[in-house]
Design a binder for this molecule. Structure first.
Ligand SMILES: [Zn+2]
Length: 491
């Protein structure tokens, strides 16, 4: 099957065919593109005693060591680490490709040179947004931008977009994947997409006015910011009757938050409304989405593009590859990337339902899907709750508990030292906006009970704020990304 047919039929290939095609693409990609032109992987293959033909099947991939976030971060020995992952094409090798010779004869040498430029020259960049680590830049060639648009178009299709819909992209305007994927994907899909630049550019009020004018069918953005926009619209008594869907990206989405967004949309007069989530990361240069599901049925997972990349699910401790449907850490290998390339990349993200293959019960596509909740290991932090030892706390879990609580809307967790004394223990303070008629004492009791049932954390204090105070605490309209967890422990 040629590349074009594969691109058209990506969503209808049976599992055995997908595995066969992925193996053949992987083999070709490693042999013709990664090994000859990636300084990092040439060395890694050598160290692992592997040659260009060692990896013939997807299973053979496990012979290759993983690449992790830490490999991309600068160190004194490697001041520009991420550069080691950029493909450096060798003109002499490229000239010897049989396809090059044919093209040179047919179209002339100049056109061949232009083709190589298109394929390899970095012309675009997005970067990671780690809270503590240095941002890691990831480069794209024109070839990669083509794939970004292709993945973006598919994402629009999976998320149920139609060409007659009007969409608004509320992601922050920054060199981040989410914003540009929505931009290029919208262009490739061929629907109206207004990219606002996010809260820092236009503020919440500006967004409300723009929504009033455009009357969008779909809002795309970060869950926390979209929550603020819809909440403020309800406060102002606005009507968003055209709204049919929100598409969430950039943060995980707890079930409770979906319910809260759905309720807000209902108050705004949006009758047939659904919430779909996406999952992506800088190093993949793409994201995957859920398809719309009836609100009383579970979502069917993130729909993958098997021709553009492959996932392995591993046991995070042993590194062993796990069978379909097992929970584990996501490891990604692109099958057609240029410029910055990572192979067997450990994302640090865990999927609790694993990867499955088969017909999607909602949209009928036959593609591998990542099922269940995704949580990020970078959300595990060490707290000193007593003076004896540190405790590792999974903030993913705390966020779920808070998003699931129906009595509060926006919230923020603040970490600080008791009495602001650096020698003292850590305290966890919850700032929250109550969205029900119950009194504060009762909500406090209920939240504490939820925390002790589902986490090891006792909240030292709960402070209630009105919606405006919460917006200001979270930095809506000021920060590029709303602050849900703030650490005031560093004195
Ligand atoms: Zn589906």
């Amino acid at each position: 099957m040629n590349t074009r047919m594969l691109r058209e039929q990506w969503a209808q290939l049976p599992e055995a065919e997908v595995r066969r095609l992925q193996a053949s693409r992987l083999r070709d990609y490693l042999r013709r593109t990664v090994l000859p032109f990636s300084p990092h992987y040439r060395e890694l293959f050598k160290q692992a005693g592997l040659g260009p033909d060692s990896i013939r099947t997807v299973d053979d991939l496990r012979r290759l060591p993983f690449t992790s976030k830490i490999d991309l971060v600068n160190s004194p020995d490697h001041p520009q680490r991420s550069r080691e992952f950029i493909l450096v094409p060798d003109p002499a090798l490229l000239a010897r490709r049989p396809s090059t010779l044919v093209r040179a004869l047919l179209r002339g040498r100049e056109r061949v040179k232009e083709g190589f430029e298109r394929e390899f020259r970095p012309i675009f960049m997005t970067s990671t947004t780690g809270r503590s680590a240095d941002p890691v830049p990831f480069l794209y060639s024109a070839h990669d931008l083509g794939n970004l648009a292709l993945a973006g178009r598919r994402l629009f299709e999976v998320c149920g977009a139609r060409r007659d819909m009007r969409l608004m992209n509320l992601f922050p305007h920054a060199p981040h994947l989410a914003y540009w994927l929505a931009h290029y994907g919208g262009e490739a899909f061929g629907a109206f997409v207004l990219s606002t630049g996010g809260g820092k550019f236009m503020g919440t009020d500006g967004h409300l006015r723009m929504i009033g004018k455009i009357k969008p069918d779909v809002l795309i953005g970060m869950p926390t910011f979209l929550y603020h926009v819809l909440h403020q619209a309800v406060e102002q008594g606005l009507r968003f009757e055209s709204l049919k869907r929100v598409v969430l990206g950039g943060e995980r989405v707890a079930e409770g938050l979906r319910r809260k967004l759905t309720r807000l949309a209902a108050s705004l007069g949006a009758e047939k409304f659904d919430v779909v989530a996406t999952y992506g990361f800088t190093e993949a240069k793409m994201a995957w989405g859920e398809c719309p599901a009836p609100s009383d049925e579970p979502t069917s997972g993130y729909h993958l593009y098997p021709d553009l990349g492959l996932f392995e699910i591993i046991d995070p401790k042993s590194g062993e590859v796990l069978p379909p449907g097992s929970p584990g850490e996501l490891v990604f290998t692109p099958l057609d990337a240029r410029a910055s390339v990572v192979v067997r990349y450990r994302t640090g993200d865990y999927i609790d339902g694993g990867m499955v293959h088969g017909r999607c019960p909602h949209c009928g596509r036959v593609v591998p899907r990542l099922v269940g909740n995704i949580r990020r290991s970078s959300e595990v932090r060490e707290l000193h709750l007593d003076k004896l030892k540190g405790t590792l706390v999974d903030f993913n879990q705390l966020e779920h508990v808070l998003d699931d609580a129906e009595t509060i809307g926006a919230w923020q967790l603040e970490l600080r030292k008791q009495n602001d004394d650096p020698m003292e223990v850590d305290e966890v303070i919850l700032h929250a906006h109550k969205v029900c008629g119950l009194d504060e004492e009762r909500i406090t009791r209920e939240l504490q009970a939820r925390f002790s049932a589902r986490t090891e954390i006792h909240l030292n204090k709960i402070v209630f704020h009105d919606a405006e105070e919460m917006r200001s605490l979270q930095g809506v309209g000021v920060q590029l990304k709303e602050q849900k967890i703030v650490d005031h422990r560093v004195v």
